[in-house]
Design a protein around this ligand. Sequence first.
Ligand code: GDG
Length: 473
Amino acid sequence: MKLVIIANRIPLTIRGTDPLIFVRSPGGLVSGIDAFIKKANISDWVWIGWVGSRVKKRDLEKIRSTLIQESNCIPIYIPEKLLDKFYNGFSNKTLWPLFHNMPDLATYKQDEWQSYQEVNKLFFRALIDNVEVDKDTYIWIHDYHLMLLPSMVREFYPDAKIGFFLHIPFPPPETFAQLPWKRETLEGLLGADVIGFHTYEYTTNFLRSLSRVLGIEHSMGELVYNSRIIKADTFPMGIDVDKFNVKDDEIEEQVLSIKQVLHYKKIIFSVDRLDYTKGIYNRLLAYEDLLKRREDFRNNVVLILNIVPSREGVEHYQRMKRQIEEKIAEINGYFGSVEWVPILYHYKSLPVNELIAHYRACDVILITPIKDGMNLVAKEFVASRQDLKGVLILSEFAGAAKELGEALIVNPNSIEELSKAIEAALDMPEDEQSFRLKAMQERLRRYDILRWGNDFISSVKEISSKREILKTK
Ligand code: GDG
């Protein structure tokens, strides 16, 4: 089997081109697929994606062959005038808010839609110019940046095995219907054999949109389009449990050092990319409410708030950052003292071992997105707790809530509910913490990243072989 991964970004972030210096890119998609390729022992694979805005076209030519030969990456250069409209524009100002069911934040611009089409064509060209596709090749396309690509590939290779996985939610049909290019988007996706989603809700939303927009009906997720069988199905993405459950002295030292520096106060940990879908502001309001209500927590609790920089080119994100930082300053200014800073705020990405140390050092982790496709941080926290201590507070609107029912599940729109959940978590007896974590850990082991990838690939195999049978009838 040969596996071709196509995603917006290659899994490397280039730091220098002469000589070539790079690090693995952070983010759930990269770490998940990387882990799948390793665990499934796939040796024949290649990854096609954009190389990132720091690399100039002439510099890319210098590193192209090294990237292909040594890292299996086929880098795509996107010209600047297309990039802004494709990435900051259509992908992140139209699709991102709409698919997270926040239509009021979505903008609809014809020129951005055109750039989206053109960039999807660039990815298509990169595939056909660089990869030999045969009957054993699986082409696995990822995420909302590339929803037109499956049909482009299908037209060129009618017999190819093509899968598409959406990492973000698929919105309810009445929200999706607001997209002026809804037909084209659905037709683009229907080039795949299998279209995968994190939860049953997103799969159903997609199938209902197909019925509403294109009049296509399905039976158990299977449908016929252009004389081909296609399947829409649910594949909740798992994690590499061993990576987070690791025994490592260096991590343990870091855990101890975090606790010591904070004088063994109770630690609430929060880590997300900067994004309005993550509900960071409401989280701060809830913490503020808690400190107002429970004076005994003052001086005894610390919130470590780690925000990973993201989409700094989009104005809305800059505004949100200012708003969050003002609130942090207000809380620290009002409640803080010489001995105690209520919120320790970091605006950066932590090295992965440090991230795991924070998962292990905290008493409570607060993951309260307004909407989130899955949220792997919740799963990583659970997997990392070898000591079976700590409490996960999780929004009911994260895909992960469907699998992690033993967490304290909250509605992030209610500040009161959030604040009460933090209180309950800080007061929770240790045997209850263990009981909840154990049940979740067992579930994470059963449906891990290997199972996720294997299930998806098997489904593509099954549906494409059904297509062959249809053809011979
Ligand atoms: C999408 C969907 C879906 C986070 N902070 C640091 C850091 N991370 C890593 C975590 C985790 C990943 O980034 C974040 O994963 P999420 O699942 O939370 O979200 P996204 O990557 O934003 O995005 C999401 C996911 O795709 C997968 O389908 O779950 O719903 O939006 O792996 O470990 N890593 C390091 N330092 C940090 O500070 N090293």
